[in-house]
Design a protein around this ligand. Structure first.
Ligand SMILES: [Fe+2]
Length: 381
């Protein structure tokens, strides 16, 4: 099945194999004449990145790239990116990559027109209204993984290089004007990244679906997102060249990030500090802590999960869903627990204190306290 589609929800999405060829048109449609492509160091020399630059060059849009981007982008990467953008006289950004390239690209476009420091725009209350929204440069997003969903998100995660704390920088105009979802760009992902990013998409859907807030639109998207992961993540993992599976995983990733406006929860609240302290892969960490978090939340979400299980064709209600998660993890070779991930069980107090302060904590169906979070962490080892 060849999936080709144009959607305008939540933004303009051009989905389909080979559609990276439309990159220059996408830039032009947003008024760009001299875009800056922003990606991470690892992707910069790769063929998919060079091919994207060629599309821009052939259309007379230049061939500018900034790739001084760490796996967890920080304010120093951001400053260097803004400098490259301004020095080059650019008028828009192509945010290209997995989470780091997308997040830093979006943030450079945002900060190019601001005078206040980036931390003044953390996702707290209405801080985003401090921004000069006329100064925000247009953004085309091109995901090369299927997990983060940052291509349809209104925020970027920037790590403070001094405190190592990840901050969410938010503005409605972070949402890219055009997204190109070309499944061929994800074909080269190693198996472990396919698994980790895919489980991130699943965690977004599961946590959004489980959060207690009233947002039926998001709940519906999250449910179908879980179904796509169930059907297509094992296929994409087994055969990375399965374009139908890769296409559907790109959809599931975008759906997860669209849905998590409804909230995230303890999977992310635990995963963020573990990633910050031990530099583990975000999606893989989510997958590791997922079963203990499901047990922890059981009482509050049992009815909802029973409905989800029915939709997903899983027998046995909550228990069936739980067993399904275990079998999916096994199929993807996810480590059994944090110990198997190589993490020592000696910083639970510190991790728990960080987890309850994490922005995701508020969306968990069971309120996280220092005491119950320590217990939850202990269960993850
Ligand atoms: Fe995530």
């Amino acid at each position: 099945m060849n999936i080709v589609a144009n959607w305008s929800y939540p933004t303009a999405i051009k989905m389909g194999r080979g559609r990276i060829k439309e990159l220059a048109d996408a830039c032009k449609s947003l008024g760009m004449k001299k875009p800056l492509l922003i990606t991470d160091r690892g992707l910069a020399p790769m063929q998919i990145t060079q091919a994207a630059l060629e599309v821009l060059e052939e259309a007379g849009l230049g061939r500018a790239i900034f790739a001084d981007v760490d796996p967890n982008p920080n304010e120093k990467n951001l400053e260097a990116g803004i400098k490259a953008y301004k020095d080059g006289g650019h008028d828009g950004v192509v945010a290209f990559g997995g989470g780091s390239g997308l997040d830093l690209g979006k943030c450079v476009a945002f900060m190019a027109g601001q005078t206040r420091p980036v931390w003044d725009f953390e996702d707290i209350g209405d801080w985003w209204t401090r921004a000069n929204s006329d100064g925000i440069a247009p953004i085309v997003a091109v995901p090369t993984t299927a997990g983060t969903g940052s291509e349809v998100g209104r925020a970027s995660v920037i790590t403070n290089s001094v405190t190592h704390v990840k901050k969410i920088i938010f503005h409605p105009k972070f949402l890219p004007g055009v997204v190109i979802c070309d499944p061929e760009l994800t074909v080269g992902m190693p198996k472990i990244i396919t698994a980790g990013t895919g489980m991130d998409a699943f965690a977004h859907c599961l946590e959004a679906y489980s959060s207690p807030f009233y947002h039926p639109m998001s709940a519906g998207i999250a449910l179908e997102g879980m179904r796509l992961v169930k059907e297509f993540l094992p296929r994409a993992y087994k055969d990375g060249t399965d374009i139908e599976a890769r296409s559907n995983m790109m959809s599931a990733a975008a759906m997860g990030a669209t849905a998590f406006q409804k909230g995230l929860g303890a999977i992310h609240a635990l995963s963020h500090p573990i990633g910050a302290v031990y530099n583990t892969h975000h999606g893989m960490t989510n997958a590791v802590v997922m079963p203990p978090v499901l047990r922890f939340n059981r009482e509050a979400i049992e009815d909802k999960i029973e409905r989800a299980a029915a939709y997903l064709g899983i027998a046995g209600g909550f228990d069936g869903f739980y067993d399904y998660v275990l079998s999916l993890r096994a199929e993807l070779h996810v480590p059994e627990n944090l110990t198997a991930m190589g993490i020592a069980n000696d910083r639970i107090d510190e991790l728990s204190a960080m987890a309850i302060e994490d922005p995701s904590a508020g969306g968990n169906p069971v309120k996280l306290t220092l005491e119950n979070t320590k217990q939850l962490f202990a269960d993850c080892f």
